[in-house]
Design a protein around this ligand. Structure first.
Ligand SMILES: *Cc1c(COP(=O)(O)O)cnc(C)c1O
Length: 455
């Protein structure tokens, strides 16, 4: 694609007049001018000014197989010709959705038996709220409807998904739905007590769940939801003691466990699901993003045999979306999963690129700005601090994360800032050579950021 064919200024003007952006401060954006992305290939995106940028975020954590995979375009075109749309309501189905469900069953942990499809991760978590409450109602315990989540969790942006999430800025804009409670997040670096080991901190963070269950009453709690590794919260990898303790508490009080694998699913941590990496056996697993590598909007819920049996026995589940199991999205997701399998991308992350990225990230601990390195598989975070010994961040007004992100972009690298953490989550196809480029650009951006705040 010839970038010169795009009139950036004209597009920016039209954008300003008519397009309301998601998660955007419109005034601030239009002062700088909207960045227009016009093409992409492999791990790189191209902008309307002819710039070539390394996408260290795989879009929004989703483009697992990289950009420019024409196989998926062919599959979509073929499916559109054959059957562009039909639904699975009222006793029907079509080949692509049946095939995708069976393919997912094979890839998922053994206790998963069924899949419910949606259009996104947010919708999938809305579905989880419906499923949890329907499940306990069908079992004659309708009071078990409260769902416990964590502060600083991200579960999506619809009303229910946002309420499940623990993002204060989102809750502050209009409040949350009833029946959702939040507990502390397992963020060791910021929330540990003096002298507390990481292991002990993990247990304490998990036991906050037990405290909350006892406060609400176990007969009123239906489920706990958590991302195995928090993504949008700033890539927070919990201590090894955390998930086993959460699992024990859920079993003890007969509470369903929901693993939100929207980011961590499909190879990101070196297994098909982070539940395997971290030893979680969830009753429900939220999926989206890597399911189609973002080529089509599709999400879903992987349902354990235990929950599926009750839902199936319970008569009609009065829930579904017009685009649940959309044939084109399902066909594209199937082809995407086949590519991940055929190219051995999960093994590549586990044995080669995952350990290499983590090793290279740890080298940055020597940098004066980097207080902590977090990561697992092909996701990572650098916590930027003013004082390493006391884990003290820069004052908020400095906005150190934003400064570093802007330098990164000037260095042709997309890296995200979450508060004072620099986040990366590159496509699963990234090579070691491209990881070297990612690290060089990151290092350069850190140096420039340090000079900026010191100068
Ligand atoms: C992105 C995300 C969601 C929401 O998915 P959408 O497709 O944006 O609705 C839910 N959970 C997690 C963990 C996510 O990262």
């Amino acid at each position: 694609m010839n970038a010169k064919q795009h009139d950036t200024k004209a597009l920016q003007d039209l954008d300003k007049q008519h397009y309301m952006h998601p998660f955007t401060d419109s005034k601030a954006m239009h002062k700088k001018g909207t960045r227009i992305i016009t093409g992409a290939d492999g791990c790189y995106i191209y902008d309307s000014e002819g710039g070539k940028v390394l996408d260290g975020m795989a879009g929004l954590w989703c483009v697992a197989i990289g950009y420019g995979r024409h196989e998926l375009a062919d599959v979509a075109a073929q499916q559109m010709r054959e059957l562009p749309y039909y639904n699975s309501f009222f006793g029907t189905a079509h080949p692509p959705v049946i095939k995708l469900a069976a393919q997912l069953k094979k890839l998922a942990p053994a206790h998963i038996s069924h899949v419910f499809f949606t259009g996104s991760g947010s919708e999938s978590n809305d579905t989880n709220v419906r499923l949890v409450r329907h499940y306990w109602q069908a079992k004659g315990q309708p009071k078990k409807r409260t769902i416990i989540s964590r502060y600083n969790a991200y579960h999506g942006s619809t009303m229910a998904a946002m309420s499940l999430g623990g993002m204060k800025g989102m809750h502050d804009q209009g409040g949350i739905i009833d029946g959702i409670e939040h507990i502390m997040q397992p963020h060791w670096y910021h929330e540990t007590l003096v002298g507390e080991s990481e292991e002990d901190f993990g247990l304490r963070a998990a036991q906050a769940l037990e405290t909350k269950i006892l406060e609400v009453g176990a007969d009123h709690v239906g489920a706990f939801i958590g991302e195995p590794v928090q993504g949008a919260g700033a890539v927070i990898v919990p201590p090894a003691s955390y998930w086993p303790e959460i699992q024990r508490i859920c079993k003890k009080y007969d509470i369903l466990l929901i693993a939100d694998e929207v980011i961590t699913g499909f190879g990101r941590t070196g297994n098909w699901f982070a539940s395997e990496t971290l030893g979680i056996e969830a009753d429900l697993m939220t999926i989206a993003k890597g399911l189609s590598s973002g080529y089509m909007p599709i999400g879903g819920v992987l349902i354990s045999d235990r929950v599926a049996k009750v839902v199936i026995e319970g008569g009609e589940f009065a829930h579904g979306y017009t685009y649940s199991g959309h044939p084109v999205a399902a066909a594209v997701a199937s082809a995407n999963l086949s590519i991940i399998e055929d190219e051995g991308l999960v093994e590549k992350v586990r044995d080669e690129t995952g350990p290499y990225l983590q090793h290279r990230l740890l080298e940055l601990l020597d940098h004066p700005l980097v207080g902590q390195v977090r990561g697992i598989g092909l996701m990572g975070a650098l916590e930027l601090v003013q004082d390493k010994a006391s884990h003290t961040n820069y004052p908020k007004e400095v906005g150190i994360g934003g400064i570093c992100r802007d330098y990164a972009l000037a260095n042709s690298l997309v890296m995200r800032a979450v508060g004072d953490s620099m986040i990366m989550c590159p496509p699963l196809i990234i090579s070691k050579l491209e990881i070297d480029e990612l690290m060089e650009k990151t290092k350069k951006s850190l140096d420039q950021t340090l000079a900026h705040v010191e100068g």
